[in-house]
Design a protein around this ligand. Structure first.
Ligand code: M6R
Length: 611
């Protein structure tokens, strides 16, 4: 969603802000803006533009014309008010003295707006953020920090704020509540950002602000305060992501690059966790004492991370013989969930910032359940609030459609299922060792799948002109279909629906007609014959069928389907991981033929930090 960058130093701020914002483009946005303190005029220069960041970049000649060494910038994903110049951030106060960039939602903005309007303060935009800028100025009488503090007492909702004031050109104020904000420590300069990728070109030393914290940045220092406004000293940590990890590296799109990075990402995720012939997971939650009392497992996540949970449930239940429930975070948080200290709650999130998942995590902890999170972004809010975190170590994922984060999350959850089974004595020694060997071979098997990329590309011509598709499968293949159909719809804008094959006859088969494309998933060996029957069934009603199965079953499937993609034969544990790659590529090439904006699909954001 929205992105924030702030810089205070000795160099011209505008080019640094624009470069930082360009690294946040992947989060999804519809307008952008910057505010810089101009030494010559002694005022804030604010420039904003609807549409792509390039528009603003061109207008400002890359920032060359905007003089000043302190500034804040923003990419906005519209929530309150249409995407337009006036609604873009920074939002400024009535006098133009105070500028604010904001991620999140100010829930009581109508009330604040009504109050301030009643005090004779006119509003220009439709945004909730303008209320924050106006309120700070309303309380301002020469002490910016005091004004911000007073304003925060009146503001309700979630926010990460960057605040710049023309009267205090040597400082930027940053505040965080329920929305991520990072402080970056440079040499003679300091930064704020909503996401580390914005800082990669400038500093590796960062600290993550906690909820309720406030920071005052000057050129040589960052002073932080806790909720009670007592000074605190956060410990900066070093980011180990390389800058080229956040660049396209010769690929046309980040999505393709990230698909191709999966073997390496799986290696990074798995190899440190398999040592001396054992899976290694010990920690605050994952220990023998807890496992022996654990009654059930509850998985909570959104989108693709939820699909990881759906696939993981099959593995966890089969291996550990413990009941597993999987819920969407947005449902879990309001469903009065039955969890307690004997329930393991597993939270899955690539970004570690998804608001609904965060709320679900807090609800689970409030109810006494230990929370284990599977997260990609190191130091993210979900990671920090969990009782134990397992990082996927997939590296930065820039494309909105997740690929390598999905496969590493699923690999990690599957390895965890195996580890638990070993500890609970529900897996034989032989099966355990065989599965561990399978995990070690997984990156290479993924390489084999990706080497079939051109073959998969050839199927995209069958799909690119369709208006609707069904992804059907049973059990693990159903879970895979959920992810395959989401990939297809989010980047190609083709209506794609995942369906449990056994349910077809209970309603949806009535939608199958001459031109429907059915992607039939039949990788799960135990139910292969049923997958074949379903293909016959939909073909009989005129559907075109593209199937996905394993190498050894290709011939049989090819007798009935119109096209067949394959993955290597593998243990059940690995099928939805390997099977995801052809479906990612299939969606990617379909979207490419349709000329879609693959890395930044319409209306979508990389991390969903509002409800
Ligand atoms: O960062 P998270 O894993 O918590 O994000 C969850 C979903 O928003 C995310 O998986 C989304 O569905 C992706 N666009 C799917 O490609």
């Amino acid at each position: 969603m929205c992105g924030i960058v702030g810089y205070i130093g000795r160099e011209q701020a505008a080019p640094i802000l624009l470069e930082g914002l360009s690294r946040l483009e992947y989060r999804g946005y519809d307008s952008a803006g910057v505010a810089v303190f101009d030494n010559e005029t002694g005022a804030l220069a604010v420039h904003k533009a609807g549409g792509r960041l390039q528009v603003l970049h061109d207008r400002l000649r890359g920032g060359a014309d905007l003089h000043g060494t302190a500034g804040i910038g923003h990419t906005r994903w519209a929530t309150h008010g249409a995407p337009s110049d006036v609604n873009s951030h920074p939002q400024v106060s009535r006098s133009g003295r105070i500028a604010v960039v904001h991620n999140g939602i100010i829930e009581n903005y109508s009330e604040l707006r009504a109050y301030l309007t009643g005090q004779g303060i006119p509003f220009r935009s439709e945004t909730d953020t303008e209320a924050a800028a106006q309120l700070i100025e309303y309380f301002y009488s020469g002490d910016l920090l005091a004004a911000v503090e007073k304003a925060l007492q009146r503001i309700q909702g979630s926010y990460a704020l960057g605040i710049l004031c023309a009267d205090c050109p040597d400082q930027i104020i940053a505040v965080r509540k329920d929305n991520p904000l990072i402080l970056g420590y440079g040499d003679g300069c300091n930064f704020i950002a909503s996401d580390v990728t914005a800082l990669l070109g400038h500093t590796r030393q960062v600290s993550y602000m906690e909820d309720g914290e406030l920071a005052v940045l000057t050129r040589d220092r960052i002073q932080c305060y806790n909720r009670q406004m007592q000074p605190i000293q956060p410990k900066p940590v070093a980011i180990d992501w390389e800058i080229d990890a956040a660049e396209k590296g010769g690929y046309e799109h980040f999505m393709l690059k990230e698909i191709m990075e999966q073997p390496e990402a799986l290696r990074r995720c798995l190899s440190p966790r398999i040592r001396n012939g054992e899976a290694v997971f010990e920690g605050a939650v994952l220990n023998q004492a807890f496992l022996e009392t654990m009654r059930r497992i509850h998985i909570v996540a959104c989108g693709s991370s939820y699909h990881v949970g759906v696939a993981g449930k099959y593995h966890l239940e089969r291996l550990t013989r413990r009941p597993v429930e999987v819920n969407l975070s947005s449902e879990f948080r309001y469903m009065d969930p039955i969890v307690d200290e004997r329930t393991l709650v597993i939270v899955i999130s690539q970004s570690g910032e998804t608001l609904d998942t965060m709320a679900a995590l807090r609800e689970a902890r409030r109810l006494g359940a230990p929370v284990l999170s599977l997260v990609n972004v190191v130091g993210s809010s979900i990671a920090r609030e969990s009782d134990q975190v397992l990082y996927t170590w997939a590296g930065p994922e820039i494309a909105v459609a997740t690929t390598k984060a999905y496969t590493t999350q699923l690999a990690l959850l599957s390895l965890l299922a195996l580890w638990m089974a070993r500890r609970l004595n529900t897996v034989s020694d032989e099966a355990y060792q065989a599965a561990l060997a399978g995990f070690q071979a997984l990156p290479e098997q993924m390489e084999a799948v990706l080497s079939r990329r051109e073959e998969i590309r050839s199927f995209a011509s069958q799909s690119s002109s369709r208006s609707s598709m069904f992804f059907i499968g049973r059990n693990l293949d159903y879970a895979l279909g959920l992810e395959g159909s989401l990939k297809m719809k989010e980047i190609s804008y083709i209506h794609a629906e995942a369906y449990a094959s056994g349910e077809l006859k209970h309603g949806s088969i009535s939608l199958i007609e001459q031109d429907t494309l059915v992607v039939a998933l039949g990788t799960y060996g135990r139910l292969f014959s049923k997958a074949v029957s379903n293909v016959v069934e939909v073909k009989a009603r005129g559907a075109g069928v593209l199937a996905l199965t394993t190498d050894s079953r290709k011939e049989e499937m090819a007798r009935i389907a119109d096209g067949v993609m394959t993955i290597p034969d593998a243990d059940d544990l690995f099928l939805p991981i390997l099977g995801a790659a052809p479906l990612q590529l299939f969606a990617y090439y379909t979207a490419l033929l349709r000329g879609c904006d693959i890395d930044k699909p319409r209306n979508l954001a990389k991390s969903v930090t509002v409800e």
